[in-house]
Design a protein around this ligand. Structure first.
Ligand code: MN
Length: 423
């Protein structure tokens, strides 16, 4: 067992039982305040821990690392040190904050510089994302979309069960949770007998996804096998792949989504390490037909992580519209990465891969409004008496993710974004 994952541990920092961030989590992020320029941090309970200050005070001096990696705008250089080193840092943080350890707890002068209430800081986009790829790996989601737009009897296209379908997305418009999004404008063709029109998107949707971050580079020509893939995955975050369905419908043939997706995607602020998710490993799907040898894998490569989507209207009560789970992935992250690199495509530290919409088997577990409202035919009743087919201006979409194992809850915090009118 990874030392920092020990369920017996507890911290001298107060952690409420419903917190996503007990001492067993120790995710990595970046924060700033009015007085403090951006630097790396972790969080326990509601307490943000300034890692650059911990390094300044010598608390990492026994690890023999370049403490400059903590005094950065992004976690990329930290990840690039490799898992053997980042694990030592996570273990050292665990040790410092464990109940009974007085190295830091007994140093009030240091504490005043290291600890912040999460309410008093601004969390920033933690990763400088190089390339971003979006997959389409939930069978239920692909089946629902195929049923709605093509043929219920042949919902999956012929390639779907043979390879993890994906496309190259847009990295520049990935924003941190809390960043408002403007409704995009673009071409749509609402009436197939008339020419296309231009204007604000009318069918604005969310996609409930998880994203993994690459922490280890490869060279052009190199492949990553399914058994090596976890060495390259530093950690995960929640991801809302905002989608303009009417723009998407008109533009996507033959090369896939373009402007319907590239206007914004929202990432949660804490990268939860793959190490912290060890207790949540679970069996994947039985894959039939049998996959090609380079996509075969052994062991538990899916993760049992509850996922939830809430719509919060501007002046109304919030409403849960989806309860899904990351385990509903037909193609695992290891298969996605093996497929991504099988042609020799290299990956860089900070690259991101998103799962695709994660829909479960029942309508209350569908991961997009497209599916929840079944193309708008089954509107959702909100507590304030209004209905939703898609997202309205003024709505905030809130995603949450967490798992519980051995009595310990590990979560991701929130991935939120408010939809503002078109500009
Ligand atoms: Mn997507």
């Amino acid at each position: 067992m990874i030392k920092a994952n020990n369920p017996e541990l507890s911290s001298w920092i107060a952690v409420s039982s419903d917190s996503d961030f007990p001492i067993q989590n120790i995710p990595f992020g970046v924060f700033q305040t009015a007085k403090k320029s951006p630097c790396l941090a972790t969080i326990i309970g509601d307490t943000v821990i300034d890692l650059s200050e911990l390094a300044n005070q010598g608390y990492f001096s026994n690890l023999n690392i370049d403490s400059g990696v903590f005094n950065k705008r992004y976690i990329n250089d930290f990840m690039a040190m490799g898992k053997s080193t980042t694990r030592l840092v996570r273990n050292r943080i665990s040790e410092l904050f464990e109940k009974g350890n007085t190295e830091l707890a007994g140093n009030s002068e240091a504490l005043a510089k290291v600890l912040y209430n999460v309410k008093d800081v601004q969390l920033l986009l933690p990763v400088k994302v190089g390339d971003y790829t979006d997959f389409y790996s939930s069978r239920e989601h692909a089946t629902n979309v195929g049923t709605m737009f093509r043929d219920p009897n042949n919902a999956l296209l012929p390639n779907w069960l043979h390879l993890p379908v994906g496309y190259h997305g847009r990295a520049s418009s990935i924003v941190v949770s809390g960043t408002p999004i403007h409704r995009p404008k673009g071409q749509q063709r609402p009436d197939d007998s008339l020419p296309p029109v231009f204007g604000p998107c009318k069918l604005l949707d969310f996609e409930l996804e998880m994203a993994f971050v690459i922490g280890n580079e490869t060279q052009l020509g190199q492949n990553i096998s399914t058994s090596e893939a976890e060495d390259y995955i530093f950690g995960l975050a929640l991801f809302n792949d905002w989608s303009a369905r009417d723009i998407q419908k008109w533009e996507y043939i033959p090369l896939g989504p373009f402007l319907a997706k590239s206007f914004a995607s929202t990432l949660s602020p804490w990268i939860v390490t793959l190490d912290a998710l060890e207790p949540f490993r679970t069996e994947g799907y039985q894959q039939d037909p049998e996959v090609l040898p380079y996509l075969k894998y052994t062991g538990k490569k899916n993760y049992d992580i509850n996922l939830q989507v809430v719509i919060q209207p501007e002046n109304g009560k919030s409403h849960v519209v989806c309860n899904s789970n990351f385990k509903h992935m037909y193609w695992t992250m290891t298969q996605q990465l093996a497929h991504h690199t099988v042609n020799g495509c290299n990956v860089n530290v900070g690259d991101m891969c998103a799962s695709g919409t994660i829909s479960g088997p029942t309508p209350d577990s569908y991961g997009s409004m497209l599916e929840i409202s079944w193309k708008g035919t089954k509107p959702v009743d909100m507590p304030d008496g209004t209905q939703r087919r898609f997202i309205n201006d003024g709505d905030t979409v809130i995603m949450r993710g967490w798992g519980v194992a051995n009595g310990v809850r590990i979560g991701f915090g929130e991935c939120t974004g408010k939809l503002l009118p078109s500009v």
